[in-house]
Design a protein around this ligand. Structure first.
Ligand code: PEP
Ligand code: MN
Length: 377
């Protein structure tokens, strides 16, 4: 008897022998496997099968001596399905084969995403640096910053015109005037710009100015906002929520992508832990973990993780060493006078000293970061 002639009991209710290749076909197509407890009787398995079929999915029970598993075939599988089956009588464990994050994951997108904005590439071999002040404060401050960071090799200028602040009494941004200043800086320097949008009703106006929408950590799970930027035709940088699991973060990216916008950048900016020596704890491991789960470009924001200027450089270098596609660094002409996040903002000299180091680490890990001639310390 050849191995293919071996029979297995598929759908034991009713008894239905299948060949090995039939079994492998089922397993290959299975999106979820429900493992029943040892010794579970068929009358306990039947409601599990019925529930699967009620959901419009196919059930493939495979029943052996005292052991049974039920393959679930069909997409999409609602994310809550695992929990629904886990609490059913007789169920030992549910193993999801297909990912919850279909668009952000590698399964249906085997190539790494490279986002192109004219001549700027994000996610290619080149490490991309975004730099600039936390907030847009004045035209002079932004223009000075833009010229300085461009001369040192940054490709994009950052600056918030709408600022999420922990206290409502702090500076909350210049609004449209701030967007106009950023656009002026783009015109003069050629740098692309990225700025935060905080609410769905601002997506249109921010989209008239920015090259990339920034979704801040506090809004990472603001699903209506995510859907709104998902409908806009511009890349989105999604900063990790303060206490977000990586899978939840990818599901947030999925909200943007499900609206038809594939250009999402994930930015690790530190998470909240028990440690308070830094503002947040930079999860460097998020870089390789995300890259194993998703084709989307991954950035590190060392500034909001560190919270303190002297720590920013080390975290930036660690991010690039871990394989980040880019960095977003706060740089201010005079950090001591900054209206937000001055303590973590580098001055131009500090940024100038850091860029060649970032370039060297980029090369050490097989990437590049060209520094314009004449730039430096
Ligand atoms: C910012 O980039 O200035 C900012 C507010 O970041 P986060 O949303 O990560 O706190
Ligand atoms: Mn900031």
């Amino acid at each position: 008897m050849s191995i293919d002639e071996l029979t297995f009991r598929d759908t034991a209710i009713p008894w239905n022998p299948i060949s090995l290749s039939g079994l492998l076909d089922i397993i290959g197509a299975t999106n979820m496997i429900i493992i029943m407890k040892t010794g579970t009787e068929r009358d306990v398995i039947t409601p599990v099968i019925a529930r699967i079929e009620e959901l419009g999915l196919q059930a493939h029970p495979i029943i052996g001596e005292g052991q049974a598993i039920v393959g679930v075939v069909g997409l999409p599988l609602p994310p809550s399905l695992d929990e629904m089956f886990e609490v059913m009588p007789g169920v030992e464990r549910v193993v999801r084969v297909s990912k919850k994050y279909k668009l952000a994951g590698w399964d249906f997108h085997p190539q790494k995403t490279v986002i192109r904005i004219d001549d700027v590439e994000i996610g290619s071999d080149e490490v991309t640096v975004i730099a600039g002040p936390c907030s847009v404060e004045s035209e002079e401050q932004v223009m000075e910053s833009a010229r300085a960071v461009k001369a040192l090799g940054a490709k994009l200028l950052r600056g918030g015109a709408y600022k999420p602040r922990t206290s409502p009494y702090e500076f909350r941004g210049m609004g449209v005037k701030g967007l106009e200043i950023l656009a002026t800086a783009r015109e003069e320097t050629g740098l692309k710009i990225i700025t935060e949008v905080m609410t769905p009703s601002d997506v249109e106006v921010v989209g008239q100015y920015t090259d990339i929408f920034q979704i801040g950590a506090r809004n990472c799970q603001n699903y209506l906002l995510l859907e709104e930027v998902g409908k806009a035709n511009k890349p989105v940088m999604l900063k990790r929520g303060l206490s977000l699991l990586i899978e939840e973060w990818l599901l947030a990216a999925e909200y943007v992508m499900a609206q038809g916008n594939p250009n999402v950048i994930l930015c690790e900016r530190g998470i909240r832990t028990f440690e308070n020596a830094t503002r947040n704890t930079l999860d460097v491991s998020a870089v390789p973990v995300l890259q194993s789960m998703s084709h989307l470009p991954v950035f590190i924001d060392p500034s909001h993780a560190a919270g303190k200027r002297p720590l920013v450089g080390a975290l930036a270098l660690a991010g690039v060493a871990a394989g980040a596609d880019g960095l977003m660094i706060e740089v201010h002409p005079n950090p001591d006078l900054a209206m937000s996040d001055g303590a973590q903002s580098l001055d131009f000299d500090e940024f100038a000293a850091l860029m060649p180091k970032i370039s060297a680490v980029s090369q050490a890990v097989g990437r590049s970061l060209p520094i314009p001639a004449g730039a430096g310390v």
